[in-house]
Write a new protein. Structure first.
Lengths: 297, 375
C-alpha cells in the first residue's frame, strides 16, 4: 500500500481531491511527559498530544515521522521510535546538532513541543509476516526501526527468525542498551553488536556492521531486510546481502534528506523521482538502487 | 466545458472589458512597464498597458523598445509568470502565540481575492496548470495556494509573436492556449478575437459589446498564431525523457555547464513551475509570538540539500544537474508531465545566458570522454 501521510486531525483518512478543511501545515501542541538521556547529546522525548480529539485520532505505523516544532525556532523531521500499538505516547530520539534540535534539548519535562504528522511510508511489516527478519542499523540510524522491532515482538509468532545487527562507532554511541538486552531474550532472536572504535568494556564484535553478515545464517528466499543508518552502510552492505541471494525487493531502507514540509511540496527531500517525505522515508531498495549508486543526488 | 464560439471585440471596446471585470468585483491586473521590464500591477484603463512596446529577449538579455504601433499586447512577457498570484513568494502559514501551558496556533490562510489577469500567456496558463497539479492534487490540497488560486480569472492572449527564447510549440503549451483560461484573446489590427473557456468567462463575455467574429478574422487569428509557432527558433526534443537524462548522470557536459553557472537561482525564481520553498520562523523580540512563514527557495542554494553537517548536493554541478533533471525528467515521473512549458525565461534571466535548449541536446549526445561507456 502506498500509504500517504494521514493527517493527525482526521480519523477518516485521505484528503485526496476533497475540499476538507485540513491544513497540513497546522501544528498540534504536545507535552514532554518523559525525557530520557540515551547518551551524550542524545535524548528520547516522550510526547503526549494535548488536544484529546487529536490524540485519539492519531495513528502511525513504524518508520513514519513527525515534524517536531520548537516554539519560536522551527520544525525538524524526526522519526517516531515508539510502539505503533500505543499511539497515545510518541517517542522521538533526538540528537542536538542543529538550531532546532539544540532548542529542543533545552526543554524540560512538562514543556510544550509541536507535532505535525505522521508523515511518510513506514516499514512493510505486514508483507513481512511469515518471513525471517534481518535488521541492519548503524549509529542513530537504529531509531527509525525500533518501533518496527517492538511491533514484531508483539506479534512474535507471526514472524520467523529475527536477527538484529547493529553497529556503532564507539561503545559510547550505543543507544537503547537495555532494549537490545531485552530483545535478546525473545525466542528465535539474535542480537549482534559491533563497534569499530571499541574500548576495554566492549565485549561484542569489533569492526563495521557489514562484517556481522558473515555471522548470521540467512534463508534468502524467506528473508526480509530492514536497513537504516548512514547511506555508505547501505551502499556497501546491500551488495553483500544480494550476493547471498536476497533480492533487492526484499530489502527496505530508511533514507534521510532535508525536509521542511513533510508532504512532498517543499522540494528538498528529492532523491531522483522520489520525495522521501511521502514516497519514503522507507523505500524498497530496488526502487532506489539506481539513485543511491549516484553521487550528488 | 464552454464551447469556443468566437466573437470580435473592437480595440476601443477593450476598456469595456476592464470596466466589466471591475464591476464584477475583480481587481484587474495587467502588464505595465516598470524599470525597463513589464511587471504585473493593477490597471484601471487600457492606457496603463504597454501599448506600442515590445520586448526583445535573448540569452542573458531583456530589452523593451517602442514600436510606434498600437498593439496592446506587443510585449510577450516579463520576468514574472502567473506563479506569484497563486504561490506567494513569501506568505505567513501560522502565527503562534505563547500561552500559559505552551502555545496556540492560528492558521493565516489568505482571504480569496478576485483577481483578473489580463494578458496571461499560454505558456504561463500551462505553467499554472502544472502548479495546480503539484499543490492541489496530491494527498493534501494546499489551503493557502487554493485560496489564492480560487479567486483568479485568466484572460489569456494567444501569442502572435515569438521571442528568440520561446519554445512553447515544441512543449505543446502554446502559442495557442487550449484550456485553463476564462477568456482567450487574439490581437488583430482591427480588434480582438475572443473566446470563452469557462462559464465565468461566458458571463463576462455576455456583458461586452461584441459581434460574431467573421470567418476572415478567425482565419487571420489562426494564421498569426500558426506563424508564431513556425517562427520559433528554439525547440526541445523531449521524446527520450526521462530515462535519457537519468542515464546522462556522469556526462562531462555537466562540468562544462557548471563552470558557467553562477548558482544564482534566477532560473528557479522566474520559472512558472518551480515550487521549492523554505519555512522560516520569526519570533517577536519578547518571544511571546512567532510567525511561521514560507518563502520561495531554490535548489541552487547551499542550504537546499543540507542535512546535519553535510550537503547532499555540494557542488554547482550537482545543483544544476538537480534542477535540469528535475525540470525535464523526474517531474514526468512525479506528476505525469514535463516541468517545462517552454516560456524561455530561464534563458533570458540567466546572467550568463545558459540555455537549456542547448544543454539538453549536448547532454544526450554520446559523452566524448566515455565513448565506450555501456548504456
Amino acid at each position: 500500500m502506498e500509504s500517504h501521510a494521514q493527517p493527525a486531525s482526521s480519523a477518516s483518512g485521505s484528503a485526496f481531491h476533497t475540499q476538507a478543511p485540513i491544513n497540513p501545515y497546522d501544528i498540534h501542541m504536545a507535552t514532554i511527559v518523559e525525557k530520557r538521556r540515551e547518551t551524550e547529546g542524545i535524548e528520547t522525548y516522550r510526547l503526549k498530544l494535548v488536544d484529546e480529539k487529536v490524540r485519539h485520532a492519531y495513528r502511525f505505523s513504524a518508520g513514519q515521522f513527525n515534524m517536531v516544532y520548537a516554539f519560536g525556532v522551527g520544525e525538524v523531521a524526526i522519526s517516531i521510535v515508539s510502539d505503533p500499538d500505543e499511539p497515545e505516547f510518541l517517542d522521538h530520539t533526538i540528537r542536538a546538532v542543529g538550531r532546532v534540535t539544540n532548542a529542543i534539548a533545552r526543554l524540560q519535562l512538562g514543556d510544550a513541543l509541536g507535532i505535525r504528522g505522521p508523515f511518510g511510508k513506514g516499514w512493510p511489516l505486514e508483507e513481512a509476516q511469515g518471513k525471517n527478519i534481518v535488521i541492519v542499523t548503524g549509529g542513530l540510524g537504529c531509531a527509525p526501526v525500533v518501533g518496527a522491532i517492538e511491533y514484531i515482538f508483539r506479534r512474535r509468532s507471526q514472524y520467523g527468525a529475527v536477527k538484529i545487527l547493529h553497529g556503532v562507532k564507539t561503545p559510547h554511541d550505543l543507544l537503547y542498551r537495555e532494549r537490545f538486552d531485552a530483545w535478546r531474550q525473545h525466542p528465535n532472536t539474535e542480537v549482534l553488536l559491533t563497534s569499530n572504535q571499541p574500548d576495554k568494556t566492549w565485549h561484542y564484535h569489533i569492526g563495521v556492521v557489514t562484517e556481522l553478515f558473515e555471522q548470521v545464517a540467512v534463508d534468502p528466499a524467506r528473508t526480509v531486510v530492514l536497513m537504516c543508518g548512514p547511506e555508505i552502510m547501505m551502499r556497501l552492505g546491500v551488495p553483500i546481502l544480494m550476493q547471498r541471494g536476497i533480492p533487492a525487493s526484499a530489502i527496505s531502507v530508511s533514507l534521510e534528506r532535508h525536509m521542511e514540509c513533510g508532504i512532498g511540496l517543499c522540494g528538498h527531500c528529492q532523491l531522483g523521482p522520489y520525495f522521501l517525505c511521502k514516497d519514503g522515508p522507507v523505500m524498497s531498495y530496488d526502487r532506489v538502487a539506481f539513485w543511491l549508486s549516484r553521487t550528488g543526488v | 466545458m464552454a464551447e469556443h464560439t468566437s466573437h470580435l471585440l473592437s480595440k476601443p471596446s477593450f476598456q469595456q472589458l476592464i470596466d466589466v471585470l471591475r464591476s464584477s468585483g475583480y481587481r484587474v491586473v495587467g502588464p505595465i512597464v516598470r524599470d525597463g521590464a513589464v511587471v504585473w500591477d493593477t490597471v484601471q484603463q487600457t492606457g496603463d498597458l504597454p501599448i506600442g512596446w515590445r520586448d526583445i529577449q535573448e540569452p542573458g538579455r531583456y530589452r523593451l523598445e517602442q514600436t510606434g504601433d498600437d498593439r496592446i499586447f506587443g510585449v510577450v512577457h516579463g520576468p514574472q509568470s502567473l506563479k506569484p498570484f497563486s504561490f506567494a513568494p513569501r506568505e505567513s502559514l501560522l502565527t503562534i502565540e505563547r500561552t500559559q501551558n505552551g502555545f496556540a496556533t492560528t492558521p493565516t490562510i489568505p482571504q480569496s481575492e478576485k483577481v483578473a489577469v489580463l494578458g496571461a500567456r499560454p505558456c504561463d496558463v500551462a505553467g499554472l496548470a502544472i502548479q495546480d497539479r503539484v499543490f492541489l492534487r496530491d494527498a493534501y490540497a494546499d489551503p493557502y495556494y487554493q485560496a489564492r488560486r480560487e479567486g483568479l480569472f485568466l484572460v489569456t492572449v494567444h501569442c502572435t509573436r515569438a521571442l528568440s527564447t520561446c519554445f512553447c510549440a515544441s512543449m505543446g503549451t502554446g502559442p495557442r492556449a487550449t484550456s485553463g483560461f476564462d477568456l482567450a484573446l487574439t490581437e488583430l489590427p482591427e480588434g480582438f478575437v475572443v473566446e470563452a473557456g469557462s462559464s465565468a468567462g461566458e458571463d463576462i463575455l455576455a456583458k461586452l459589446e461584441r459581434r460574431p467574429a467573421t470567418k476572415e478574422a478567425i482565419n487571420a487569428a489562426n494564421s498569426r498564431i500558426a506563424s508564431c509557432a513556425k517562427s520559433q527558433m528554439r525547440a526541445l526534443d523531449t521524446s527520450h525523457l526521462p530515462q535519457a537524462l537519468y542515464d546522462a548522470h556522469e556526462h562531462q557536459r555537466w562540468d562544462d555547464v557548471a563552470a558557467r553557472c553562477l548558482a544564482c537561482g534566477n532560473c528557479t525564481m522566474v520559472c512558472p513551475t518551480c515550487f521549492c520553498h523554505a519555512v522560516e520562523e520569526t519570533p517577536d523580540l519578547d518571544r511571546q509570538r512567532s510567525e511561521h512563514t514560507r518563502l520561495w527557495d531554490s535548489c541552487f542554494t547551499q542550504e537546499h540539500g543540507y542535512i546535519h553537517g553535510k550537503n547532499v548536493r555540494p557542488t554547482i554541478k550537482d545543483r544544476y544537474r538537480m534542477w535540469l533533471s528535475h525540470k525535464l525528467a523526474s517531474w514526468i515521473d512525479q506528476f505525469g508531465s514535463s516541468g517545462c512549458v517552454g516560456c524561455g525565461r530561464c534563458i533570458t534571466w540567466c546572467p550568463v545566458g545558459i540555455d537549456l535548449t542547448e544543454e539538453l541536446p549536448a547532454l544526450l549526445k554520446p559523452d566524448a570522454r566515455n565513448t565506450n561507456r555501456q548504456t
